[in-house]
Design a protein around this ligand. Sequence first.
Ligand code: KG4
Ligand code: ZN
Length: 338
Amino acid sequence: MLILGIESSCDETSIAVVEMGRGVRKIHSNRIASQISTHALYGGVVPEIASRAHAECISSLTSLALGDAGVTIENIDAVAVTSTPGLIGSLLVGVNFAKGLAYAQSKPLVGVNHIKGHVAAAYFEYPELEAPFFALIVSGGHTSLTYVKSATEFEGVGRTRDDAAGEAFDKVGRVLGLCYPAGAQMDLLAAKGDKHAIKFAPALIGDTLDFSFSGLKSAVINYVHNSTMRGEEINRADIAASFTEAVVSSVVKNLERAYSKYRFDTLVMAGGVAANSHLRQGVSDFASSHKIKLCVPSVSLCGDNGAMIGAQGYYEFLAGNRATLTLNAKASSGKAAF
Ligand code: KG4
Ligand code: ZN
């Protein structure tokens, strides 16, 4: 089955053609138009600029994605679009475009939860991956630990109480003079530093599987401000490395807790921050020590993209979760994020 996957929840417009079926999970095309350079001027995503940029390119990007895949819109079997969560104006561009396309071409329409989409990115490179499994989602807007009961039924067991992991990387990066979004630059900077140079305590929330990154972020910001006020030179690489170590350590500690409670044998790590090389190493060490099968998408599939939406759209379609033309965008998908 050929699915057109449409993603526009934040600052990346992406259109993909994916083929999904029994024994087939293939990306035929995955075009991404990033707005990062525009938003970098403002130090973060400007919602109004984001929606306009999506509207400007979504139609031509679709033609390019279909062309790359060597198909026409007539060959597409279903249209899948991110409908929640995200920036409302950005989501609306994708949802309305998808509705127009589905209506004009008489194609089935499927609304996809962006977070579930991130997890679905793992299906392409792990052909044997099937629910049930555990998923750690670490992105710019969300950080959660989830039991994936079936491809479409997610049960959140832990989530961040404050900042998402990516948000913390971006804010700490900004204090270290890096431009938005700082995550990937922090990764490189941390590789040059000593992770034991400064002790930043990883936060764990009581006896729960929840995360917290806000206190850690503030500790790093205070460290930088205090050092600067005392006229001391700061070592940016050591700070990046020590902060990253605290993030990795809190994620791994939470995974250890989750493992002792749920004894899962397969773990998917997904979302933009899953691209972090230090986190990949830490989670991989955790997985090997318990003989857990770890499935992490390639770096290029960790960030927002249409292929992951197409993959999740396929499973939603199979489960009968088809949308009508009343499909609407929702900025928040609720407390549990599903
Ligand atoms: O999943 P994503 O593309 O968008 C959301 O759904 O939020 O995640 C974007 C986040 C940004 O905060 C970005 O700085 C972070 O992922 N990120 C990274 C890395 N690459 C992207 N964070 C740490 N290390 C990286 N290598
Ligand atoms: Zn995302």
